[in-house]
Design a protein around this ligand. Sequence first.
Ligand code: GDP
Ligand code: IMO
Ligand code: MG
Length: 428
Amino acid sequence: MPTLVIVGAQWGDEGKGKIVDVLTEKADIVARYQGGHNAGHTVVINNSKFVLHLIPSGILHKNTVCIIGNGVVVEPNALIKEITDLKKRGIKVSDNLLISKNAHLIMPYHIALDSASEKTRGKKRIGTTGRGIGPTYVDKMARTGLRVGDLLTPEAFRGKLATNLKNVNFLMKNLYKAPAFSAKKIFDEYMEYARILRKHIADTDVIVNEAIEKKQNLLLEGAQGTLLDVDHGTYPFVTSSSSIAGGACTGLGIGPTRITGVIGIVKAYTTRVGSGPFPTELHDATGEKMREKGGEFGATTGRPRRCGWLDTVILKHSAAINGFSGIVITKLDILDGLDTIKICTSYRYKGKTYKDMPKDIEVLENCTPVYEEVGGWQESTEGITEFGKLPKQAQAYIRKIEELLGIKIVIVSTGQRRDELIMLQEQF
Ligand code: GDP
Ligand code: IMO
Ligand code: MG
């Protein structure tokens, strides 16, 4: 009867999708609690690759109910495309997909505002995915957002849209010198989306809590990662939602007492897409090797991901903020063939040592990482499913991470495919 949160421990793209898919085998419900189609969660089954953006990564198991929670922001056109693409590939997407009435809608003007504000920032841009995520959460907090449930009441929808467009079109004309949005065009477009999505719209908080009462197995799937969290990440170079484990409670309507475990997904090295501090980033051949071998190009935007060594300063912060009950190490195989591997254990800046993550962005941007070096291994770890079969140095690397963080490693992932992993502790 566990209710487990799966959360990214770094800057996203840790391999959450793969792990959620694997654990879904025994889950009744998989629910996304925040973010939107800025996420790209990859699942590889045999030789077929699926990239999920808004739909939970449990969708490839036909008997599991997938929920898009109230904390998610939904671009209906992107969602419909994702549903259509999955169906074309023979995946069941019908009454097994539910969308919260309270989830906010990404509107065309949010996307325009996202790119306009990035342009205004110039060199200081965040490097967003350009999906309208930030402006949609702005409207949510300003209490002017349109929600999925509004799709079901056309006249109310029309009125709210007209009010919002007054402000939006003022900005478009006077600040951004961009064309105005037509209320009629957006209304007609969204009513067509309403027709298609209507059957999926539900009071998902009720469904989730009933499932908990019935002692079912639930997976709560985070998007992005802890360092991209709007409160606890490297602000302002973050996304606009609560990606940490706590976000699962607000983003789905589940009380904290119902959460039974929090699994942190940790890539065996570190990556980041977009701008912002990254103390252990490598600008050399090793970083390039990680990017090439690890296929480190954004699943959503295709942008090359910045790569670097594992950083236990940020991971300790992550562990504290999320309260990890266990950790999954992914992409161990990408480190095969290195002579030595570095693990960052503290930062140095202006003569001071930082063992806890500095909150000051200037320190994070300019600090020098202090590393411990461990031996690499030359053998391939790809596809290994037993811990004892890993090269001794790979075993030592895993144990070293466990020791530095003081948290049990429950799974080690050794390849893209579902079956390429070492299960050290069953989760259900
Ligand atoms: P997510 O956003 O956290 O779900 O991660 P992404 O899907 O954006 O990026 C992770 C990438 O690594 C995907 O291409 C996965 O297929 C791949 N991946 C996940 N685990 C492993 C692993 O253990 N080894 C290798 N080689 N690839 C992996
Ligand atoms: P998954 O779920 C990695 C990054 C963007 C940018 C910042 C803000 O696949 O791990 P946004 O469009 O959210 O306003 O962009 O956040 N970002 C991600 N980076 N993985 C993701 O999702 C991300 N979603 C957003 O690159 O730096
Ligand atoms: Mg991703």
